[in-house]
Design a protein around this ligand. Structure first.
Ligand code: PMP
Length: 300
């Protein structure tokens, strides 16, 4: 990964190579951290803006609440530090990783009493899935059950589920995994929400077994503003495989068209018209080219 100069840790900017933690940090052992993935972009006029900062900070605090974290910073302070971390590192576009985790001081499962560390790192990060169109393999493991954890929270421990699914798919020669829910319906990717297009309408799994993506929300808004019907429903794998078009969304993945699911080619195997339209408008929005969506950008 590409390094930058400084990482913000517990109130101070520290040189990248010195941003270290103790090996007996609680979250390293038990996955008791919460985090966000945020992107910032160079806008069409050469400035830099963080994309949907408020929504990401809101979700970070929601996740922290699920882990009973008593954060000594307000949402506004965290937002300001995020902007300052981007500014100080002088990067035009990239990825932001705020993480709050139970640190050193307690090794029992109950983390109360351990340090609560708050860190914000940024780095340049290009295309996440690496390809224009990707292949997807249905995972043999399911997305974490909504009664196993607060699945709407971005808790570090949840990602062992995502990692295993991704590794299985990649080892089988696919680009990414697709996780089903406990009833065998479509849930999401390891780090992406999924959409399909059928007869011009956009269909996506309803809330319940998925992380409620910020990018998913952008796609809803862009679709509705362009008279594309959005349907949130229980989606079977057979229905998905019969789609005209399909794509993943996520902060890292942005809008990534899917060309194949298991052995099935989606539609004609090319990026479909609706996907292309939404992807293009999303790209214009992140670069500040669409006035209607200017409130999605916080200029640094
Ligand atoms: N699902 C999971 C499991 C994720 O990790 C992510 C990435 N945060 C998403 C969906 C997409 O969410 P967002 O659009 O907010 O990045």
């Amino acid at each position: 990964m590409e390094k930058v100069d400084l990482i913000w840790m517990n109130g101070k900017f520290i040189p990248w190579n010195e941003a270290k933690i103790h090996v007996l940090s609680h979250s390293l052992h038990y996955g008791s951290g919460v985090f966000e993935g945020i992107r910032f972009y160079e806008t069409h006029d050469g400035r830099t803006a963080v994309f949907r900062l408020n929504e990401h900070v809101d979700r970070l605090f929601f996740s922290a609440k699920a882990m009973q974290m008593d954060i000594s910073y307000s949402k506004q302070e965290i937002s300001e530090v995020i902007l300052e971390t981007v500014r100080k590192n002088n990067v035009k576009s990239g990825y932001i990783r705020p993480i709050i985790f139970y640190g050193y001081g307690k090794m029992g499962l109950n983390p109360i009493g351990a340090d609560l560390d708050v860190c914000i790192a940024v780095w340049p990060w290009g295309s996440y899935l690496g390809e224009e169109m990707i292949t997807v393999k249905t995972s043999s493991i399911i997305r974490i059950h909504p009664k196993s954890s607060e699945t709407k929270a971005k808790i570090t421990g949840h990602y062992t589920n995502s990692i295993q699914a991704n590794q299985e798919a990649v080892n089988a020669g696919f680009n990414e995994a697709l996780l089903l829910d406990f009833e065998g319906n479509v849930a999401e990717g390891p780090g992406e929400n999924i959409f399909m297009v059928k007869n011009g309408s956009l269909i996506t799994p309803k809330e319940g077994n998925i992380l409620i993506g910020v990018t998913r929300d952008c796609i809803f808004k862009i679709a509705k503003d362009n008279s594309i019907e959005v349907i949130e429903k229980t989606l079977s794998l057979d229905e998905l495989k019969a789609a005209d078009e399909a794509f993943f969304t996520g902060t890292a993945a942005e809008v990534t068209p899917i060309k194949q699911i298991d052995e099935t080619i989606v539609g004609n195997g090319q990026t479909g018209q609706v996907t292309n339209k939404l992807k293009t408008l999303f790209e214009e929005a992140i670069h500040g080219k669409i006035d209607e969506y200017s409130d999605w950008l916080t200029y640094v």
